[in-house]
Design a protein around this ligand. Structure first.
Ligand SMILES: Nc1nc2c(c(=O)[nH]1)N[C@H]1C(S)=C(S)[C@@H](COP(=O)(O)O)O[C@H]1N2
Ligand SMILES: [Mo]
Length: 198
């Protein structure tokens, strides 16, 4: 297990702190009203698009990848932040080592079991603290927090942190996700207070 350097305890503009990440669909009303129940035995993560050969990871294969601990801050676009969250899983920059990504790949499109989707530039996903997490604060990630596996992208508003991930597709051109086609900004930068689509 490798530990990353912890993020500083800084709060972006117009955010306030709460002690715990809100439970989706319970404390935090979901928009897509489905709470997928994915058993670890049936977990599959498909990786395709601009790659030399598509890949399908099951639960054991995912756990056998290099595991890391990363402590970061979580910022919801609605205004609440939770500092110092200890995530455990596979850093995106480690996952990429087992995928032969083509030079044409510039973005990644994420699909989730509830029908949600979002995208991020590949260059951004390679940064520190971006992790495919299956544990939070020494517990397995529960279903309302996106378990068994969600992506965590700490320096973007949390709608860029897809829960219940089923598929990652490498793309040459960007594609706007669920919220980015709707009201929220695609850059989603909390440090610039960049919340809404212009
Ligand atoms: N699959 C999926 N992931 C998702 C969402 C969603 O509706 N479905 N909502 C996003 C939004 S808007 C937020 S604020 C966070 C909420 O994370 P939490 O439930 O852990 O608080 O998940 C993000 N990831
Ligand atoms: Mo959100």
């Amino acid at each position: 297990m490798v530990s990353q350097k912890k993020e500083p305890d800084k709060l972006p503009p117009n955010q306030y702190t709460i002690p715990k990440i809100l439970l989706w669909g319970i404390e935090h009303p979901g928009i897509i009203n489905i709470l997928p129940n994915i058993r670890k035995e049936e977990f599959k993560l498909i990786i395709d698009g601009e790659v030399d050969s598509p890949l399908k990871l099951d639960w054991m294969q995912f756990l056998n990848l290099k595991q890391s601990i990363d402590i970061s801050n979580f910022h919801c676009v609605e205004g609440w932040s939770v500092l110092n969250q200890k995530w455990e899983g596979v850093l995106f920059k480690d996952l990429i080592k087992i995928i032969k990504v083509k030079n044409s790949a510039k973005f990644v499109w994420f699909e989730c079991a509830d029908g949600y989707n979002t995208s991020l530039p590949l260059s951004y996903l390679m940064e520190d603290h971006v992790i495919l997490a299956h544990r939070l604060n020494d517990e397995d990630l529960s279903q309302p927090l996106g378990g068994p596996v969600r992506l965590i992208v700490p320096n973007k508003y949390a709608y860029k942190s897809p829960m219940w991930i089923t598929k990652m597709t490498f793309l040459s051109k960007n594609k706007l996700g669920y919220w980015e086609k709707g009201i929220y900004s695609d850059s989603a930068d909390p440090w610039k207070n960049d919340r809404y689509r212009k």
